[in-house]
Write a protein that binds this ligand. Structure first.
Ligand code: OOG
Ligand code: NI
Length: 426
């Protein structure tokens, strides 16, 4: 497996090892960045702290709690407005050893974004720190009203979501394979700047409401100075228990868990969240009597990850999920997924899931996201105004790749490399 992301600590030319000579690797920078983000979010959204406590309690009751700190955040999410913002984020995340993997088109579910996941890509890097960011780009081409689209574009053109100098440092870190201890702290603070909450919106309340009426996501992206992190997500070993616990604690969970049903051999990814909070904001771009308002964007999520599926397994998953959704009756998910083998030997024999070679083969964990689940998470945290209408798929992959400035990596290739224990460069 590639080692381009492994820690780099060149011997100092003088032969002495002064701390400042040692480069902190992208993996170390990512771990520090994830911790800083977690601290920030817990401080900004106290209910997220309550969710972490619940997840910690549920995980502690597992018969075999793993040694690693399970509830360490696995992912967060942001929504961007322009190509320059997306390519800038690619440069920023590269310094943390996070590369774009996969393309997600959420338009079929009526969510006007397309997305990728910036994440570590080797087994070693994932083990050192798993943090990843589901990153969406607003589809301005899906705003029907040309006047409103032009207004949104003009506002986005005039904002800079990055702290001064942070992208230049990111490029240098990515090129050199790390940063010195001295530089790391400023860099992480600079990176964090993009993800903070703003309780003021530099637009009028009237424009906010017009954008919101077009789609709540458009208002969320266009009306703020930066792409506030909208959730963080720890991992749990029993998501059904967390879902029940959120309800018992009055935490306003979404109605159902996204993804496959509970199984003997967990597959892919199951997710749930508490619904986004309505938070006070002030509009500073209009008349004084139009200053007070609220915005709904930030929530907390939990995830439970299972084995990665092969293309054949994924096709079966997609088909059964679509059947269950069309059916819609109580227990539809369990009923339709009865057709998906639920023991490791069958999954292996029928080439439905990835296992590491050897006897017994160990499951390869799914490290990515699911478009239908992601759309469900989006919808439940944007409120009813987000709509629920199915549309014709309109992927714009080429447009996304151009905006990103790179081709996202193919997740199936990464799983194959991992299953084979291959030394291929990714
Ligand atoms: C992202 C929603 C999707 C996931 O884990 O699938 C998501 C967002 O709300 O920006 O977080
Ligand atoms: Ni999420």
């Amino acid at each position: 497996m590639s080692d381009i992301l492994s820690p780099t600590a060149p011997a100092s030319p003088s032969g002495h090892d002064r701390p400042d000579d040692v480069l902190l690797s992208p993996d170390v920078l990512r771990a520090r960045f994830a911790q800083a983000m977690s601290d920030l979010y817990r401080q900004e959204v106290p209910q997220y702290g309550a969710l972490l406590e619940l997840v910690g309690a549920v995980n502690a009751e597992q018969p075999h709690p793993p040694e690693e700190r399970v509830a360490v955040e696995r992912h967060g999410a942001i929504r961007l407005g322009t190509a320059a913002e997306l390519s800038g984020m690619r440069r920023l995340f590269a310094a943390f050893g996070m590369r774009p993997v996969g393309y997600y088109d959420l338009s079929p579910a009526g969510v006007p974004v397309h997305s990728t996941a910036f994440r570590p890509v080797t087994t070693e890097a994932l083990a050192r720190n798993p943090f990843r960011v589901f990153t969406s780009l607003l589809r301005l081409d899906l705003i029907a009203d040309p006047g409103l689209r032009a207004e949104a574009e003009a506002i986005l053109r005039n904002r800079d979501i990055f702290a001064p100098g942070v992208l230049a440092t990111a490029d240098r870190a990515a090129g050199a394979g790390g940063l010195s201890q001295r530089e790391a702290q400023d860099f992480i603070q600079g990176a964090l700047h993009s993800f903070r909450w703003h309780d003021t919106a530099p637009v009028s309340g009237t424009l906010y409401r017009r954008l919101r009426a077009a789609h709540p996501l458009i208002a969320d992206v266009v009306c703020f100075r930066g792409p506030h992190i909208n959730h963080l997500t720890p991992r749990t070993l029993d998501i059904d228990a967390v879902q029940a616990g959120m309800a018992a604690r009055g935490m306003n969970p979404k109605a159902s868990i996204e993804g496959p049903p509970r199984r003997q051999v967990p597959i892919l990814l199951r997710q749930t969240s508490f619904k986004a909070l309505e938070e006070p904001i002030r509009f500073t771009g209009g008349p004084a009597d139009d200053e007070a308002g609220t915005h709904t964007a930030r929530f907390g999520e939990v995830e439970q990850r299972g084995v990665a599926l092969t293309p054949k397994g994924r096709a079966l998953y997609d088909r059964l999920l679509a059947d269950a959704q069309a059916d819609g009756g109580p227990g539809a998910l369990e009923k339709h997924f009865a057709a998906f083998p639920d023991d490791a030997p069958s999954l292996l024999r029928e080439e439905l899931a990835f296992f590491r070679e050897g006897d017994p083969g160990r499951p390869v964990t799914y490290e990515d996201f699911l478009p239908v689940s992601a759309a469900g998470i989006f919808r439940s945290n944007l409120g009813d105004a987000a709509g629920n209408d199915a549309r014709a798929a309109s992927p714009r992959r080429e447009m996304f790749v151009q905006a990103l400035g790179a081709e996202p990596l193919d997740e199936m290739r990464l799983y194959r490399i991992e299953a084979e224990g291959s030394t291929a460069t990714v």
